[in-house]
Design a protein around this ligand. Structure first.
Ligand code: HEM
Length: 201
């Protein structure tokens, strides 16, 4: 998913490469755990891709026992409920006024939010963050326990690819290939090819 975004926004490749090189240089030339933590722009880019191309909804649950919400709405047993994650991701109210509008793809949106300095902004704007606004990994007790592992794996793969290759769409366009939508879910279109060209160093 992130590779399709990168092919459509080549202007991010050099700043990301620079960050990866610096993080590795700070850590003995290797992609260590600490180096991965230092890749905050890459983390932001991954998270923004997940936000922008999220499915319509997630957190699907079948109600076994009826319950009443704080607004008085009764949810009967037997119904399926879900959270409107895409609407939440596109809600301006969830971003500070000086952020890019929610309908704009800003690969460094979360990096900028983390830079503001407060511990809460730092914690709430990571790829692995789960909260009422970030539902890609679920929420609460059953949120994804594999997300830290997944984040590190994805970062390692992207770091290697970014360092070694330029990436572009097969047809040379910079329009991002459309996602495939299926019910509330979305996935990249595996029938679309990307071109990788080794970077000359
Ligand atoms: C980018 C990759 C991943 C995404 C987007 C993802 C997403 C999710 C989401 C949304 C949930 C919550 C589902 C719900 O509550 O309805 C979940 C749960 C879970 N994930 Fe992941 N996941 C990823 C990678 C992984 C990996 C790598 C592992 C294992 C190594 C893993 C293991 C689990 C497990 C065991 C649960 C169930 C937790 C529970 O019910 O208490 N996931 N994941």
């Amino acid at each position: 998913m992130t590779l399709y975004s990168l092919a459509a926004s080549p202007e991010y490749m050099e700043p990301l490469r620079e960050e990866i090189r610096q993080a590795m240089a700070d850590n003995g030339g290797a992609i260590t755990t600490r180096a991965l933590q230092q890749m905050v722009k890459l983390d932001s880019y991954m998270k923004e891709t997940g936000r922008f191309y999220s499915g319509i909804a997630n957190f699907q649950r079948k109600v076994l026992r009826g319950f009443t919400l704080s607004n008085g709405q009764y949810i009967p047993p037997g119904v399926i409920i879900e959270a409107p994650s895409h609407a939440i991701y596109m809600d301006e109210a969830n971003f500070p006024p000086d952020s890019q509008p929610a309908e704009v793809f800003d690969g460094f949106r979360y990096y900028k939010l983390r830079q503001s300095g407060s511990a809460s902004d730092h914690a709430r704007n990571q790829f692995v963050t789960t909260n009422e606004r970030d539902l890609s990994f679920g929420y609460g007790k059953h949120s994804c326990p594999g997300r830290f592992f997944a984040a590190n794996e994805i970062k390692m793969i992207l770091a290697r690819l970014l360092l070694d290759y330029d990436i572009k769409n097969e047809d040379g366009s910079t329009a991002r290939y459309a996602q495939i939508e299926s019910g509330g879910f979305t996935s990249p279109d595996p029938s679309k090819n990307l071109l990788f060209r080794r970077v000359k160093v």
